[in-house]
Design a protein around this ligand. Sequence first.
Ligand code: 5AD
Ligand code: SF4
Length: 396
Amino acid sequence: MNLADSEEMAAHLLMRGYALTDQLDQADLVIINTCTVRDHAEHRALSLLGRLRKWKREKDGRHIIFAGCAAQRLGEKLKKTFPYLDLISGAREIDHFADLCDRSGLFAPAPGGEADKRGVTGYVTIMRGCDFACSYCIVPAVRGPVHCLSSKEILTNAARKAQEGHPEIMLLGQTVNAWKEERKTFADLLNEVSALPGVERVRFVSPHPAFITPQFLEAVKNNPKIARHIHLPAQSGSTKVLQEMKRGYTRETLLQKIHALKECGFAISTDLIVGFPTETEEDFLQTLTLVEQAGFSAAYCFKYSPRQGTPAAQLPLLDEKTLEQRLDILLNKVRGLAEHAYSRHIGQQATVLMESPHKGRTSDNFWAQTKKSYKIGSVVQSEVSASDGTLLFTRD
Ligand code: 5AD
Ligand code: SF4
């Protein structure tokens, strides 16, 4: 989501005559697009902002924009600590970013320039916000309730991305598969997007397990353009903790869905939180066994971070040593997952969407190196002959 939002903000500035650079000393403008989901993410953004004070002083005409969820949460009070900050653009303002730039008086409104068209993936936001209320999570407070874009708007945006040379469309939303429009569901939308001219593959992030429905599975089975990878945040393997987190599913119902997804050929990656305030040793063990039973292809593990205003922030924290220990044990457990998932492909057919002449990604989201050279954006079918744990090697 942040990537897509960054792309959108950059596109507005490219139209005002800016060009992208990764060299700070060459830049006239820095946008820090922030995350506030954990305290650590917010700290990193604020520390970068602090370090930019010197950069800004070094040359006249330099500007800094602080954008995204931390900007939304902290708001105008940021200007007290960081008076040299030019513009604050909260996560909810992304749709009005152009107006915000106009009103700021910082930029010439001169139209011109072109959006950046690199990369095979075109990002398309289909919904924003979240109607869940997970007890640890700050997202509903900063991003607000669900707002779905219309299918007309989404299809127009996706068709434009495909025409611009992005054969892979990534549909985005905080609870992306909650998307709906009257009688249309997310499954219908996936089919419609994948039928657009030039679209070879459709991905989406981040789904919620609650919307993995039989109808969704049916759509996937009949549509090979829907990528066979899903990032499905589990958060915990303990039904008791899941209930306290207000996730709306149990370990058993989650495992059933995971099983059904695997039957459709999905590789499944996940997010896990350790040290939720009520997590006992037994609950933590349940998370460890979930990793074994689910056969995830990757797991991102986070230490619980209390977020101001969330229900879980009222609960007493586990001690730091326990948190560190549990994170360490879990990280050790998940370390070999990717390598194992790569090796499972040997001898299997892979569908590779080429991102460079010799390299691309499979439908289930693994990197593959081809023997022959292919056009970027083309789709190659080939058998996997070997893997080094980070890359698949195909016969063709
Ligand atoms: N503490 C730790 N991890 C969190 N996440 C969300 N909120 C918190 C929190 N308060 C994690 C979840 C989510 C991912 C984006 O960040 O695992 O899926
Ligand atoms: Fe946060 Fe839960 Fe919404 Fe995900 S579903 S954004 S974890 S409240």
